[in-house]
Design a binder for this molecule. Structure first.
Ligand code: EPU
Length: 437
């Protein structure tokens, strides 16, 4: 079934929406849940296809799951883990499932996890994950596209990451939870999702300090001392940023709830420099509005707390109609300007030279047929469609469904003219099926 969005642009977004739980956090919380030989309950679980893939990984290992749609919660019963294999069919669909490697090593002292391979936005290697796990004492072989890890005894160590990789920090934290002695991860990733994972692990009985700084210390505990717990996932800062940009780009006015503004300081600051009004209404609510044309800015994507690469494409869309010339430097991925050819088809003036993009603002974008090439590039094209004059069709929605819960419904709640329809029948599908999980 080929589903597409049909967007009628030019409508300012107005109203109120609430942000869901963070995709890039909850996926790792689910991996971590298998450390407990018992039951954990995770709240604020977003209804996304990526979540579905991670839950399938857990089911394959032998965990029992119970999804409560009304509560947006999932109970994971990992009392019995009967397999240590995460197969290629799942890991290749969703790279974050590679985090199960560290969790399996911690819980079962053994893991067989498919190597994720490259993806549309870049090579995305896992060498730091492997080297770090070896430093902790895991014996690792790569055979037939799978990582085979055996770790009868893990011993804490000092590990320095060449770059602050989010996934490597998470895999190493998970493995080190039950290692003997202390592990120190230096040049660790500092993303809010790392803090959320550390908080979850501490809630189940781990001993982790320093998450959110560049040095994390994990004091190993006995696996048998880890226990059942309930935990609520943090709000999704990238979803929040996407909606802030959508309100700003359509010159609308909206209230965005369930946000942690501190997680978006850099992004919001750049938008304020462009001319947006972003005000704190209460600790988890922000009010966003804009009048008139935005001004161009320059930015470089950086690990947290710098400008998030996951909002780069969205910000590029804002620059396409801003006053002046803006320069974006993408420093994390080799190939994350995939939205550029489609934005050009909508009238944007963008010059790309390797990891730099120079965007000369035009007065208006015009609607066109475009294709989502990955999750964030897809969201950027939806935003372009909402800002453009006329009709935009966005194809390949499965990329967008990976990371945005009920995207079109939330945009429609804000007055956006966006419909999902099936190409074959031309019948609008409406919001996504809530029983997906
Ligand atoms: N890298 C290596 N070797 C490694 C690990 C990483 O060379 O062993 C490189 C990667 O190739 C990449 C850079 O380091 O160029 C950053 O990778 P990192 O490991 O930090 O990213 P990740 O854990 O694979 C997570 C998010 C991404 C987000 C990045 C950066 C999840 C599931 N994914 O990926 O989110 O872009 O951190 O913030 O947490 C998205 O949500 O659209 C998304 C791609």
């Amino acid at each position: 079934m080929t589903e597409k969005y049909k967007i009628q642009g030019g409508e300012p977004l107005r109203g109120e929406i609430s942000v869901c739980g963070a995709k890039n956090s909850v996926l790792k919380l689910f991996a971590a849940s298998i450390l407990v030989s018992g039951v954990t309950k995770i709240y604020n679980v977003p209804n996304l296809t990526d979540v579905n893939v991670m839950l399938q990984v857990l089911r394959d290992l032998g965990a029992k799951l119970d999804y409560n749609k009304g509560e947006k919660s999932v109970v994971v019963d990992a009392t019995n883990i009967s397999s240590v294999t995460a197969k290629y069919e799942l890991v290749s669909k969703m790279r974050a499932s590679f985090t199960i490697l560290g969790a399996l090593i911690s819980r079962c002292k053994e893991a067989i996890v498919a190597l994720p391979g490259g993806c549309a936005i870049g090579e995305r290697r896992v060498d730091f994950h492997i080297k770090g796990l070896e430093t902790l004492g895991a014996k690792i072989k790569i055979e037939n596209g799978y990582v085979h890890a055996k770790a009868p005894k893990l011993v804490g160590a000092d590990i320095y990451l060449d770059i602050p990789s989010v996934g490597a920090t998470e895999n190493l934290m998970l493995a080190a939870v039950t290692a003997e002695g202390s592990t120190r991860i230096q040049n660790a990733a500092q993303e809010p999702e790392i803090v959320d994972l550390a908080n979850f692990l501490n809630t189940i009985g781990a001993d982790i300090n320093g998450a959110g700084t560049s040095e994390i210390v994990i004091n190993g505990v006995k696996q048998s001392s880890l226990h059942s717990a309930e935990y609520t996932t943090i709000p999704d800062r990238i979803e929040a940023g996407t909606f802030i940009a959508a309100v700003v780009g359509t010159r609308g006015k909206a209230v965005i709830k369930n946000v942690y503004p501190a997680h978006l300081t850099f992004f919001n600051d750049k938008l304020i420099k462009m001319g947006a009004n972003i005000k704190l209404a209460d600790p988890t609510t922000i009010e966003v509005s804009t009048k008139g044309r935005l001004n161009s800015i320059n930015f470089v994507t950086q690990p947290y707390p710098g400008f998030p690469t996951d909002l780069q494409a969205i910000a590029m869309t804002l620059l396409t109609t801003a006053n002046g010339v803006g320069i974006i430097t993408e420093s994390l991925y080799e190939n994350r300007f995939m939205q550029v050819p489609d934005l050009r088809r909508m009238g944007a003036d963008i010059h790309q030279d390797r990891n730099h993009a120079i965007i000369k603002g035009v007065k208006n974008l015009t609607g066109a047929n475009v294709v989502a090439s990955d999750l964030r590039a897809g969201a950027a094209l939806v935003l372009a469609g909402l800002m453009a004059n006329g009709e935009t069709i966005v194809e390949k929605l499965h990329h967008i469904d990976r990371g945005y819960e009920f995207f079109e419904k939330k945009l429609r709640d804000l007055g956006g003219k966006i419909q999902r329809y099936n190409d074959e029948t031309n019948i609008e599908q409406g919001v996504l099926n809530e029983s997906r999980l």
